[in-house]
Design a binder for this molecule. Structure first.
Ligand code: NAD
Ligand code: UGA
Length: 455
């Protein structure tokens, strides 16, 4: 498809406001596509680091892409909003939208602050794009903020606001961004649509579907996607509970279900409950939006409750099955592998609950270990961090795997047995096969235990 768009110069110029997981990954990938990108953040330390080649987040493959594009002068970092706005064809808002303190709604303070800052320096014509996950109607409010701040500018003539939610996952963010299942664009006129289509033109080559909608539909489609994935996980976790009671196997149930093309096999891994910076906050925000609109989403409300309960039920399982435990080793504390993100991780519920029950906790995580440069969580004298899994396990009554990092998939099991005082093994990610765990009191998720101990 040939698209003719009026740009300021031949090379599209993009500004990204907010250089966190989404802003940095998106900005870097757009620069890899050949565009000129400025990533701006109000955190000076972050920008200073990036300008010195230090990548502030752990994301596989990101460092080399950042360094390469920075060197090629296509990717720039700044704390000055002007650099990300003046003479840019597109300015993306990629700041955080955390849960607000009181009612579960998305806190839009950072988004509106960014919109105001952008407005001050906007030079016609620019498309302001919400890449952050924002509730229905937010892009419209951004338009109003810009018009209020800059009465000299007219929406539809000097600028437009569009929605372009991001669907990347942490840990596989680069490939998710470069080879997405789809791109969603929410616009209210042809001009902004053309510019956004031009932005994603490199993806036409790999035939990425581009879904173009009105702005509200685009905003909602992001919450609907995250909400549905959360429901899928919540559903399989409840099936796991049923399997445990009935002596069935949840992995086989998931396989049998997933082979049905209408269901699909992804996101049917039972575990200790979903965490991360998005599903928990986005389900809360979606429930709040639905309630405000007078159409409560009881499905989403229910998955929120069941997921909260599940995380604490995992701690209860350890305490119930290993009642005399004095020390438990925890392997993996991030909410998923290949990320250093701890936001809403199951470990943040499980570890404090073990401590409340008087259990000492020994932790090893490939990114959070004794002597690492990251700030360690759980500042408590009964929590100790170790440099490897075996040191953490040594002298403990049991071990619990909370995150399926690759290095936990091939533990030296005879050594683990030898190091544990009581041989309790809680495999909350079903990494191991029950019939190879015969010497342990092995507890996994939603599976019957043929040879190992059914505890
Ligand atoms: P983050 O917390 O990692 O990064 C946000 C950044 O914005 C921070 O560095 C902060 O300093 C900066 N910031 C805040 N206000 C600013 C302002 N006024 N000007 C300039 N910089 C400002 O957040 P994130 O995880 O990248 O998430 C951003 C948005 O993207 C959220 O809405 C989130 O729901 C959505 N999202 C996140 C992911 C993910 O995997 N993390 C995936 C898809 C969508
Ligand atoms: C999720 C979505 O997958 C992305 O599409 C979306 O862009 C992102 O949220 C967002 O909006 O920020 P992310 O949170 O990075 O991405 O990670 P996921 O791989 O989705 O995992 C989320 C949680 O669900 C993790 O705790 C993971 O362990 C859990 N999970 C996932 C399961 O328990 N079972 C599964 O089958 C899949």
């Amino acid at each position: 498809m040939i698209i003719q768009v009026f740009l300021r110069s031949k090379k599209m110029k993009i500004g990204v406001v907010g250089t966190g997981y989404v802003g940095l990954v998106s900005g870097t990938c757009f620069s890899e596509f050949g565009f000129d990108v400025v990533c701006m953040d109000k955190n000076p330390r972050r920008i200073e680091d990036l300008n010195q080649g230090i990548i502030p987040i752990y994301e596989p493959g990101l460092d080399s892409l950042v360094l390469d594009n920075h060197k090629k002068n296509r990717l720039h970092f700044s704390t000055d909003i002007k650099d990300a706005v003046v003479e840019r064809d597109i300015v993306m808002i990629a700041v955080g939208t955390p849960t607000s303190d009181n009612d579960g709604a998305a806190d839009l303070t950072y988004v509106f602050e960014a919109a105001k800052d952008i407005a001050k320096h906007l030079t016609p014509y620019t498309v302001v794009v919400t890449k952050s996950t924002v509730p229905l109607g937010t892009s419209h409010k951004i338009k109003e903020i810009i018009e209020k701040e800059r009465p000299d500018l007219k929406a539809g003539i000097d600028f437009d606001v569009a929605s372009n939610p991001e669907f990347l996952r942490e840990g596989s963010a680069i490939s998710d961004f470069m080879r997405p299942d789809r791109v969603v664009i929410g616009v209210d006129n042809e001009r902004s649509e053309k510019i956004l289509r031009q932005l994603y033109r490199p993806l036409y080559l790999i035939e990425t579907p581009i879904v173009v909608t009105d702005i509200k539909t685009s905003e909602l489609s992001k919450y609907a996607s995250n909400g549905f994935l959360a429901v899928k996980i919540g559903f399989i976790n409840q099936m796991a509970d049923i399997c445990e009671q009935a002596g069935a196997n949840v992995q086989d149930v998931a396989k049998a279900m997933g082979l049905d093309g209408r269901i699909g096999k992804k996101f049917l891994h039972a575990g200790p409950g979903y965490g991360g910076s998005c599903f928990p906050k986005d389900t809360l925000a979606l429930a709040k939006t639905a309630k405000d609109l007078g159409t409560p989403s009881t499905i989403i409300e229910s998955v929120i409750t069941s997921n909260d309960h599940r995380k604490s039920a995992m701690a209860d399982r350890i305490i119930t099955h290993c009642p005399n435990a004095k020390k438990i080793a925890i392997l993996g504390i991030t909410f998923k592998p290949n990320t250093d993100d701890l936001r809403d991780a199951p470990s943040l519920v499980i570890v404090p609950k073990l401590l409340q029950h008087g259990v000492d906790v020994h932790i090893y995580d490939p990114l959070y270990y004794k002597g690492c440069e990251r700030t360690l969580p759980f500042q408590d004298s009964k929590v100790s961090f170790y440099q490897n899994a075996y040191d953490a396990i040594h002298g403990c009554d049991g071990v619990a795997i909370l995150t399926e990092w690759n290095e936990f998939r091939s533990l030296d099991l005879p050594k683990v047995q030898e190091l544990l005082k009581q041989k309790f093994f809680f495999d909350f990610r079903n990494i191991y096969k029950p019939d190879e765990m015969g010497e342990f009191y092995y507890y996994s998720i939603g599976r019957s235990f043929s040879k190992s101990h059914n505890i």
